[in-house]
Design a protein around this ligand. Structure first.
Ligand code: ZN
Length: 60
């Protein structure tokens, strides 16, 4: 069984062995499907619910 992982930003599924992992100083782990998502969350500090290309755009 391969555990599916989900992008911390856009909530898209990440294939096993793909994507980028970031471990914060507090020990929490963030997974990103792409550098685009990583930048959007960490550099641009966007809200995924207000970002049109994410899966959770428009959801509460
Ligand atoms: Zn993503």
């Amino acid at each position: 069984m391969v555990k599916k992982q989900v992008c911390s930003f856009c909530r898209d599924e990440i294939e096993y062995g793909r994507g980028l992992m970031r471990i914060n100083n507090d020990g929490s782990i963030l997974m990103f499907c792409s550098n685009k998502c990583k930048k959007a969350m960490l550099v641009q500090k966007k809200n995924p619910r207000r970002t049109r290309w994410t899966k959770i755009y428009g959801t509460q």
